[in-house]
Design a protein around this ligand. Structure first.
Ligand code: ARG
Length: 458
């Protein structure tokens, strides 16, 4: 018989149980559900809604159930629908009629809202800690590559020389914003909904603030309808996770390009690459590809929940049970993707010489040559024109700007003199860019210092 069976004359069909039940995925909420129930029972006892003895018996029973589930000793029952009613059934089986008092002044609607908030709080902390580790690795790579010159790109065409440190620290900024988004989202998750009841609270004298303190929340929700129908916090979290995946995916794309023979900028460690079943020579960047690939499913999960929520009238609707698989899937995906991506980065080898040579091709110092003219009193637009001609001449003669003789320079403009050479070396191009946020050794050392400080506190 169902816990809600009183009004019914027949049991639900097997099809209904299978379709309606969520226990096969929401069972992972068991510890949050039980903690929430323990806080609820404690409060019911304190308020005299049930006796202290009853509260204690319920709490003891719930603690035992928690251990039994942890040890894999229990079998969940599909006909009990979800984790909330499974736990309640275990309790009633264990302690008898007193167990039937646990649900006093509570609905599954506020109960599930509480459970998911507790889950999301935990997972935000977990994902933030994974991003912290990724951050550490990025700083590490940056420190080792302050002088590793590589080409910087726009339109995937060589643009100006930068360093690998500068490049990886771009990702530091992205993941820093991701972590800021998590902590901002956390503030709104950290509000306690229990006591909202099914939709309109209850007639019992509940102490919601007490429950909120027991469960380490920052405060209580202020509208019971909103409390049971709000999944904004899941959507915010999933949207923050989508952005993280977008960042990981862009980085993955670069890793994939960089370990192709065409670039040959890096080599992945054998532990984090894979082979081919037919081509013996292959070493594939599967991890980066999968991270890029899984980004799609994380976006999909976000869109699924947004779409589920968009037409729902207040307050709770069963549609909302669809929040969980999408949310859990995104959390599980990131919980695997971030650590493996971090390991892959930490172990890859940088082909510094290849990067350096590559930066030397494609006239990445052309802007600096133009800047040399500007510093020698040629208006920038004119300088641009002169260097454009110089580049054209160099392409036709298969030379780099450094390889042109001073006569060749002077043939194009008599403004040039020998000092131009020292300002167009790759090292000069990088290290003369001392503006805050730029690639010079000086600027990067400043940023590494700032980032290390950030990591001490975050
Ligand atoms: N399993 C349900 C969910 O995940 C719990 C809430 C059910 N409430 C209800 N009135 N049927 O949303």
């Amino acid at each position: 018989m169902k816990l809600w069976g009183g009004r019914f004359t027949k049991d639900t069909s097997q099809l209904t149980d299978d379709f309606n039940s969520s226990i096969h995925f929401d069972n992972i909420l068991y510890s949050y559900d039980i903690q929430g129930s323990i806080a609820h029972a404690t409060m019911l006892g304190k308020q005299g809604i049930i006796s202290i003895d009853e509260a204690e018996l319920i709490i003891k029973g719930l603690n035992e159930i928690l251990q039994e589930i942890k040890m894999g000793k229990v079998e969940f029952d599909v006909s009990a629908e979800d984790i909330h009613m499974n736990v309640e059934k275990f309790l009633i089986n264990k302690i008898g009629d007193t167990g039937k008092k646990l649900h006093t002044g509570r609905s599954r609607n506020d109960q599930v809202a509480l459970d998911i908030r507790m889950y999301v709080k935990d997972k935000i902390k977990h994902i933030d800690s994974l991003l912290h580790e990724l951050h550490e690795v990025l700083v590490n790579i940056a420190e080792k590559n302050i002088d590793t010159i590589m080409p910087g790109y726009t339109h995937l065409q060589k643009a100006q020389p930068i360093t690998l440190a500068h490049h990886v620290l771009a990702y530091f900024e992205m993941f820093k914003r991701d972590r800021e988004r998590l902590s901002d989202c956390y503030k709104r998750v950290n509000i306690m909904p229990l006591g909202a009841g099914a939709l309109a609270t209850t007639t019992y004298n509940l102490d919601r603030t007490y429950v909120s303190k027991l469960l380490d929340f920052d405060g209580i929700t202020m509208n019971s309808l909103d409390s049971v129908s709000d999944r904004d916090f899941c959507i915010e979290f999933m949207s923050a996770m989508s952005l993280m995946m977008m960042h990981l995916s862009r980085f993955s794309e670069e890793i994939i390009l960089w370990c192709s023979d065409e670039f040959n900028f890096i080599q992945l460690d054998d532990e984090y690459s894979t082979g081919s079943s037919i081509m013996p020579q292959k070493k594939n960047p599967d991890i980066a590809e999968l991270v890029r690939g899984k980004t799609g499913r994380v976006y999909g999960n976000l869109l699924a929940l947004l779409t589920t929520m968009k037409g729902l009238p207040l307050a709770y609707n069963k549609d909302m049970q669809e929040d969980k698989e999408a949310l859990f899937d995104s959390v599980n995906t990131l919980s695997m993707a971030i650590p493996i991506f971090t390991k892959m980065l930490a172990t890859l080898k940088v082909n510094k010489e290849v990067m350096y040579k590559s930066a030397g091709r494609g006239f990445t110092n052309a802007t600096d040559a133009a800047d040399w003219l500007v510093k020698n009193k040629v208006p920038f637009r004119e300088a641009h024109e002169i260097i454009g001609k110089l580049v054209l001449y160099s392409i036709e003669n298969n030379k780099t700007l450094e390889e042109l003789t001073i006569e060749e320079y002077k043939n194009i403009s008599d403004c040039f003199d020998e000092t131009v050479y020292s300002s167009i070396t790759l090292e000069a191009c990088v290290n003369n860019r001392k503006v805050d946020g730029g690639p010079s050794k000086e600027s990067i050392e400043k940023v590494i210092f700032i980032n290390k400080n950030y990591l001490l506190n975050n």
